[in-house]
Design a protein around this ligand. Structure first.
Ligand SMILES: [Mn+2]
Length: 424
């Protein structure tokens, strides 16, 4: 299914007048309005190829139908999202779930939908059919050299697929760790992992980056070999200038101050970017902004402040990606909500009066500092985002249009009720 420009224009038309009124109201108080609208239009978030079907838990999976059956249909789905919101202009592939058969045909198809290929993701957290060695006791950390060799070669192969697609980064998330005290020598596991990562690093093309993602627990519940940002930073630092730390919002222990982590990683020029999601307890992979939108805003506030301090391009210098699972929602609707939440937090952060905040900080005016942050957070920025979106050719209300056009019903008609997308 492809959305026509006409369908979007027809949807926008009746609501334009009301939108204009709301937009004018908020626009009046923003001095650098055009610059902010441009930043919002430029900002793109990659959609992961594994998040286009229903997710599941270890207790069950409840598919909703019409799921993409192959990589081509996944690209089509991301194309739909991008046509609706003009902010999902990239796709992030997971290998081996989504190995492109014909890289040329796939890049052509993606370009037709206005999509680029974001970071490619390797998988050494599960065994694939016909695989020689098992990852039951880890991959890059494994005590057996032949297992490490297999995991290294897999990552090198993922880089090759990425090169064919025009990706510029490899994301490595390791399930490696231990479930019980005494199972593992922490220092030796770290050293083996580092040596393995060094071999992968050596295979990176000149203009590539490697993102080292950390996670506090799960699937290992006693120790994780890349368990927090400190460990990831150690690896990234030892590997070299092409290695960075990737922050996944759900990969921290409860109540971690993620915005402070972000700030310090940027200070050291070691922040790779983000996997966005939300959580209440652990790695819940819930819709971005559904549980703690204030935290998301505070993170974006640090991102904007830190990127501006370093003269970075907000849209291109860090990697922005969603990493979520959709267990009870339509995946595409969930992704539309997630992108909207990201854009809201970003827009609010752009509205923070940084000059006044700095003065408040320098004067130890704690009350004023809070007032400044919350004034931005409590601003309804949705008309700003909608304005940036329609200027780029997107829908005024993406979710409403998705529902009005009965997109899911159409996808079920095209693909069938019982389809299962590869992924989580
Ligand atoms: Mn992640």
């Amino acid at each position: 299914m492809k959305l026509t420009k006409q369908a979007i224009a027809d949807h926008n038309q009746p609501a334009l007048k009301a939108h204009q009124k709301q937009f004018d109201y908020i626009a009046e108080g923003i001095p650098d309005l055009q610059a902010i609208l441009q930043k919002l239009a430029d900002f793109q978030v990659a959609i992961p190829s594994w998040a286009l079907g229903s997710g599941g838990t270890r207790f069950g999976r409840f598919a909703g139908g019409g799921e993409p059956r192959n990589l081509e249909e996944k690209i089509e789905d991301v194309g739909l999202l991008h046509a609706l919101n003009q902010s999902s202009g990239a796709i992030s592939l997971h290998i081996p779930w989504d190995i492109p058969g014909d890289a040329n045909a796939i890049t052509t198809l993606a370009a037709m939908h206005g999509l680029k290929f974001d970071a490619v993701n390797s998988n050494t957290f599960q065994d694939q059919q016909g695989q020689e060695n098992s990852y039951k006791f880890g991959s890059l950390q494994h005590v057996d050299k032949s297992v490490r060799r297999q995991a290294i070669e897999h990552n090198v192969e993922v880089i090759k697929h990425g090169v064919d697609l025009g990706s510029k980064a490899l994301t490595v998330w390791l399930a490696d760790g231990s479930c019980f005290p005494g199972q593992l020598n922490f220092r030796k596991a770290f050293q083996r992992t580092l040596e393995s990562l060094q071999e992968i690093y050596a295979a990176l093309p000149e203009d590539w980056k490697v993102f080292v993602e950390y996670k506090a627990f799960e699937p290992n519940f006693y120790s994780m070999t890349v368990g927090d940002w400190g460990q990831s930073y150690l690896y990234a630092n030892k590997l070299g200038p092409k290695a960075y730390t990737l922050v996944d919002l759900g990969h921290h222990l409860p109540n971690a101050n993620i915005e402070q982590i972000v700030s310090l990683l940027m200070m050291e020029n070691k922040l790779a970017g983000f996997h966005f999601n939300d959580s209440k307890y652990g790695d819940d992979d819930l819709t971005v902004g559904s549980i703690n939108p204030y935290q998301l805003f505070l993170i974006f506030n640090e991102l904007v402040e830190g990127m501006d301090a370093r003269g970075m391009n907000h849209a291109t210098d860090l990697g922005w990606m969603i990493d979520a699972s959709h267990n009870v929602k339509d995946p595409l609707e969930d992704l539309l909500q997630s992108i909207e939440a990201i854009m809201i937090a970003y827009a609010q952060a752009l509205l923070v009066n940084s000059k006044e905040l700095k003065a408040a900080q320098d004067n130890n005016d704690v009350v004023k500092a809070q007032e400044i942050l919350q004034a931005a957070y409590r601003t309804d920025v949705r008309p700003l985002i909608a304005e940036a979106r329609i200027r780029s050719g997107g829908a005024l209300q993406p979710l409403s249009l998705f529902r009005n056009l009965k997109v899911r019903g159409e996808l079920i008609r095209e693909r069938g009720k019982v389809t299962v997308a590869t992924g989580l």
